[in-house]
Ligand binder design. Structure first.
Ligand code: NAG
Ligand code: NAG
Ligand code: NAG
Ligand code: NAG
Length: 391
């Protein structure tokens, strides 16, 4: 990296020299040859060392840097009014320091068709931590009868949700809009009716509260279930190279939740052009919108994996769902100790990317919650809960 920079410096000096001092003494043809050679060397350098040298520049010296920086890819087009509006709002929100409340809470947002089969388990999980969480329930088809006092009166105004359609994102936004009204809420976790906790409350609270990223699953999948779902209609605001994929279940910091509220431009693109049976393909906005948005505007601000575990290893259309006989202390412990996130592309190569889960720069287990558990597992889970969350 150093050589790249030193080398750029050298070129720059040469250019200055040839420009200001040597030029007058040189005869014209030689001068042209020298200039042409220098330009070619420079272009070659730019080709050989493109992104590395700019990064090196940031790392080595963030101040006197701009002078020597290779030109970034010039903006290929003028931004639209709406893009300028979005950018100025996002930048301001991202710059703002997090507002720390005196009693910070985690918002647990349940997205469910109806009843929540694990309320009694969550009740155990929440018990004794009353000041540090809030619950929101979006029941899209049937008003649930609650089995835990922590859920009573926590239903928000809900609407129908069609799986894979934009109404799914609308429900997520509705939950965020309600949860944001409580200024104490700092992290916003989206959970389904088949999700269960893998750790005790203190562990989950510390994991989510003392972090500065959102846990949004995000990776580039060039295959048919990834970028294959991209539609050119998203141009020019969303280019194919920016299109990302990831699981729907997120945990989001407050700043990012506000950005989701503020965004209309990208949301509308996905609403119109990422839907089932779009141009003969099926695109599911809940697997692409947040992923693509945050990859574009704050890639370093998301962890790129979800804190909710799901097992796709069987390679079927649906992830593995656990039955009562599957639920053992060992199963829960093994999920809770997974420390690497794995992404597999959906093309023929099935390229696997394995990354260690890093929490504030330290290797940590990846998951706080897991799905999908059948309702019949609730008694096994209740029996095991105090054991698997303490041992
Ligand atoms: C997430 O992925 C993006 C794009 O690959 C990367 O720039 C970013 O640093 C990653 N985030 C973290 C926290 O590592
Ligand atoms: C988050 O915190 C870590 C360490 O405290 C720091 O290195 C990193 O830059 C921070 N990331 C963001 C997005 O603020
Ligand atoms: C993950 O855990 C396994 C065993 O629990 C350990 O051998 C491995 O080194 C860990 N990997 C990381 C990246 O921490
Ligand atoms: C927890 O489960 C493990 C494995 O089944 C068992 O060995 C241990 O005794 C249990 N501990 C308690 C406190 O029940």
């Amino acid at each position: 990296m150093k050589t790249a920079r030193a080398w750029q410096l050298g070129i720059r000096d040469l250019l200055i020299m040839s420009g200001s001092r040597q030029r007058p003494h040189l005869k014209r043809p030689i001068w042209i040859i020298v200039l042409v050679s220098l330009v070619s060397i420079f272009l070659l350098g730019a080709y050989v060392y493109p992104p590395r040298s700019t990064t090196a520049c940031y790392i080595l010296s963030s101040r006197g840097c701009t002078m020597f920086e290779l030109p970034q890819t010039p903006p290929s087009r003028e931004l639209t009014d709406n893009e300028n509006i979005a950018q100025v709002v996002f930048k301001e929100l991202l710059k703002a320091p997090p507002v720390r409340s005196k009693s910070p809470k985690i918002a647990f947002m349940f997205l469910t068709p109806g009843a929540l089969p694990f309320e009694k388990l969550w009740d155990k999980f929440f018990h004794g931590h009353e000041e540090r969480f809030s619950v929101y329930v979006h029941a899209s088809s049937e008003k649930p009868v609650h089995a835990s006092s922590y859920f009573v009166g926590r239903d928000i105004h809900s609407d129908k949700v069609a799986w894979g359609k934009i109404s799914m994102l609308d429900a997520e936004k509705r939950l965020l809009a309600h949860a944001l009204q409580d200024p104490d809420n700092q992290q916003f976790v989206l959970l389904s009716d088949s999700c269960v906790p893998l750790h005790n409350f203190d562990y989950v609270y510390s994991y989510l509260m003392y972090t500065n990223v959102s846990y949004i699953d995000c990776f580039e999948d060039p295959g048919p279930h990834g970028s294959g779902r991209y539609s050119e209609h998203m141009m020019p605001e969303v280019e194919k190279k920016d299109f990302r994929k990831g699981a729907q279940w997120f945990s989001m910091k407050r700043q990012h939740a506000l950005i989701v509220m503020a965004d209309n431009l990208y949301y509308t693109k996905f609403k119109l052009y990422c839907k089932p049976n779009m141009d003969g393909r099926n695109c599911y906005a809940d697997e692409h919108y947040l992923q693509t948005l945050f990859n574009m505007i704050d890639p370093g601000g998301i962890a790129n994996w979800s804190v909710t575990h799901v097992d796709w290893s069987e390679g079927k259309w649906h992830p593995k769902a656990y039955r009562a006989q599957d639920v053992t202390f060992e199963l829960l412990k093994s999920i809770a100790s997974v420390n690497e996130s794995v992404h597999v592309t959906s093309n023929e190569k099935k390229k696997e990317t394995v990354e260690a889960c890093m929490w504030n720069g330290m290797k940590r287990p990846c998951y706080l919650f897991a799905r999908k558990f059948y309702p019949e597992t609730v008694d096994r889970l209740l029996d095991l809960f105090s054991n698997y969350t303490t041992v």
